[in-house]
Design a binder for this molecule. Sequence first.
Ligand SMILES: *[C@@H]1O[C@H](CO)[C@@H](O)[C@H](O)[C@H]1NC(C)=O
Ligand SMILES: *[C@@H]1O[C@H](CO)[C@@H](O)[C@H](O)[C@H]1NC(C)=O
Ligand SMILES: *[C@@H]1O[C@H](CO)[C@@H](O)[C@H](O)[C@H]1NC(C)=O
Ligand SMILES: *[C@@H]1O[C@H](CO)[C@@H](O)[C@H](O)[C@H]1NC(C)=O
Length: 349
Amino acid sequence: MAARKNSTLCTYGILLTLTFCYSAMATHPSSQAIKGAYFPSGVNFAPSSINTKLFTHIYYAFLIPNNVTFKFEIEHTEALLLVNFTSTLHAKKPPVKTLFSVGGGATYGLPLFSHLASDSWSRSNFIHSSIEVARNFGFDGVDLDWEYPQNPQDMVNLAVLLKEWRVEVEKEAAATGRPPLLLSAAVYYSADMWDSSATGAHAALFDPTSNVSTSYGLGSWIRSGVPRSKLIMGLPLYGKSWQLKDPTSHGIGAPAIGVGPSPDGSGEWTFAEVVKFNRDNKSKVVYDSTTVSMYSVAGTTWIDYDDTTSVKVKIGYARELGLGGYFFWAVNEDYNWRISQRASDLWSL
Ligand SMILES: *[C@@H]1O[C@H](CO)[C@@H](O)[C@H](O)[C@H]1NC(C)=O
Ligand SMILES: *[C@@H]1O[C@H](CO)[C@@H](O)[C@H](O)[C@H]1NC(C)=O
Ligand SMILES: *[C@@H]1O[C@H](CO)[C@@H](O)[C@H](O)[C@H]1NC(C)=O
Ligand SMILES: *[C@@H]1O[C@H](CO)[C@@H](O)[C@H](O)[C@H]1NC(C)=O
């Protein structure tokens, strides 16, 4: 089964990185650590319930431009949500920065971004529209979540897009006297597949058998010249499940019949749901130090995820590497802020 959004296998970031094999890159001027999280719209979770002591940047996910004009067309109901999001989060104590994220799982595999990035008229429409939306609705910045550039030409065009975007953002700031909008992107190392025939660590920090890991992905962006302080590590607040072939063979890489169950049928579990699953089924909970991930087994259900144990190691690694911070998918999936709190505390030590 192909990796779906939210399945963001590996995360690192350009303004931020989702590193499940994802990282994000950040262009953040201050020395304050970036503690980011995506806020998925359309879930039953209000911006007002976010504990803003634990975060510095919250990303509204997602907006998608028109695939012909490459401009945003914001409908009335969405406009109300956007205004509510930014005004609520800016009024919180402490306030957090707000960005809207473009793309996401609904655009997975579509030619939308490949087309957008390849043509100067399209890029210009998109860039100007993104700036207009950000200012109209009170955002501090814009995030790009293109899943994913497929080839070297896409990567070249992505670079052109980011460069032109930066120029326009600076121009707008100079013309209006306002602080420039923040620009970020969730970037990846490999748009790898979610292999359902064997269990796996979907957000492995290390993978001895492949280059699809957080550490490799971050390293590849660092080697290509991105300043470490502009990279942040992606962390999942969700797990993925497999159905084991044989419940007694349950390590990482154990044979599986396919994607396992989950409350919504997708095979994905929020961390809060995993906590409940562990309690209700008295599951066996194992920390795998090779990949730096957790898994739970009950019967033939096998779930891979991160908890405070794996996140502690990952945060230590990110700090050691000199990264700018970290971000989560997604802010509503934690259990009583357990992981968000631990990550925030660890970074401040
Ligand atoms: C744009 O999206 C619509 C609706 O999803 C689709 O039918 C159409 O083929 C797309 N057009 C292009 C140029 O990608
Ligand atoms: C945002 O929406 C919520 C729920 O509808 C509402 O209670 C709150 O007053 C709104 N806040 C702002 C600042 O618009
Ligand atoms: C990982 O990447 C390196 C280059 O950085 C390459 O030499 C090596 O073959 C790759 N390994 C795998 C398993 O893909
Ligand atoms: C485990 O617990 C969940 C509820 O958290 C339940 O839906 C599920 O059926 C239980 N049993 C197994 C074997 O997954």
